[in-house]
Design a protein around this ligand. Structure first.
Ligand SMILES: Cc1cc2nc3c(=O)[nH]c(=O)nc-3n(C[C@H](O)[C@H](O)[C@H](O)COP(=O)(O)OP(=O)(O)OC[C@H]3O[C@@H](n4cnc5c(N)ncnc54)[C@H](O)[C@@H]3O)c2cc1C
Length: 310
């Protein structure tokens, strides 16, 4: 197979935006969409904060639109996961489904996955009251009852953000003390709308029949007592895992396993390999920022290829 100028791994907002820019620059990109084609927004319903849609747009519809736009300019797509990469020499080598591909530049846009509780009803109610992103979905729960699960800094951040919107915010944490930094704990503890349910876990989420979250059963681990709380929005804030296992040993990763990039760029530790979207962003994790860095990655890949020709 001929060496491709640009190979993109991942088909979330970062991957599709990179594809649109690379294709319009005549670089004929090849995209591995991955098995979760469309990425994380396929898991949600209404997206109201992606610019350009006055009344919001359903996540899957937005991603289908991005896919069509990337295809329109000539992006080739393969609906497979990349199984391994070799970035030690250029052209770089990628393996997928037993076939080998070569590329002068690679744009990694494999995203991150939110850690979940592991309850059966959780996936079913995702985007229907269950969320992993307060910035994304908090607005839907204005003046309603909200529950946050987690005890780290990001759980406190989510709870504080949601306390500005919801009627009350219960924070459920499995231990008797929080993992969050002292300053975040103090801020949350001072907030009259935030209430803590410590030594507790979520046992069940209702109501899959109604197709939305209406209640959460919380079990106290010390007493064994289960209490049903009337809840409209359940935010799971127990961390994210960047999809970087594939790149371990090939690229420099941060201690939290996100890809390390040169600040203000998408350049990784390997010249010619770029990282865009959530896979290199443990701070913002938004569709708009993913699209923005996808654009940057394509422009940087284009400049890298130009420099090779000089
Ligand atoms: C339920 C939910 C609701 C959300 N709501 C909003 C919202 O309202 N507004 C907002 O701005 N953000 C929202 N977000 C966050 C937003 O979805 C992410 O910030 C965004 O999708 C990140 O885009 P990305 O392109 O970096 O990666 P992702 O969307 O995570 O896509 C990653 C892609 O990489 C692919 N991939 C992974 N591994 C491989 C591999 N080995 N080979 C090939 N492909 C691979 C996957 O198949 C997938 O296509 C939400 C997230 C969730 C989970």
């Amino acid at each position: 197979m001929p060496t491709r100028k640009v190979v993109i791994i991942g088909s979330g907002p970062a991957g599709y935006t990179a594809a649109i820019y690379a294709a319009r620059a005549n670089l004929a990109p090849l995209m591995f969409t991955g098995l979760q084609s469309g990425g994380q927004l396929m898991l949600t319903t209404l997206v109201e904060n992606y610019p350009g849609f006055v009344d919001g747009i359903d996540g899957p519809v937005l991603m289908e639109t991005m896919r069509k736009q990337a295809e329109r300019f000539g992006t080739d797509m393969i609906a497979e996961d990349v199984a391994s990469v070799d970035f030690s020499t250029r052209p770089f080598t990628l393996q997928a489904e037993g076939a080998t591909y070569q590329a002068d530049t690679v744009i990694i846009a494999t995203g991150a996955s939110a850690k979940m509780l592991g309850l059966a009803e959780e996936r079913e109610l995702m985007g229907r009251g269950v969320s992993t992103c307060a910035t994304c979905d908090g607005f839907f729960f204005k003046d309603q009852n909200i529950m946050v699960v987690g005890g780290g800094d990001s759980a406190m951040e989510e709870a504080l953000y949601l306390s500005r919107l919801g009627r009350k915010v219960d924070v459920v944490h499995r231990r008797d003390s929080l993992r969050a930094s002292k300053i975040m704990q103090e801020r949350a503890a001072k907030n009259p709308r935030i209430n803590f349910l410590l030594d507790s876990v979520v046992d069940a989420i209702g109501d899959t029949k109604a197709g939305k979250v209406t209640s959460v059963d919380v079990r106290n681990l010390k007493t064994g007592q289960v209490t049903t709380h009337l809840v409209d929005g359940l935010f799971i804030a127990i961390g994210h895992v960047p999809n970087t296992a594939l790149f371990r040993g090939q690229l420099e990763l941060l201690p939290n396993d996100y890809i390390k990039v040169v600040p203000g760029t998408t350049q990784t530790s390997v010249p010619g390999v770029f990282a865009a979207g959530d896979v290199a962003d443990h701070t913002f994790r938004q569709a708009a920022t993913a699209a923005g860095t996808g654009c940057m990655a394509a422009l940087e890949a284009e400049r890298f290829l130009e420099a090779l020709q000089r």
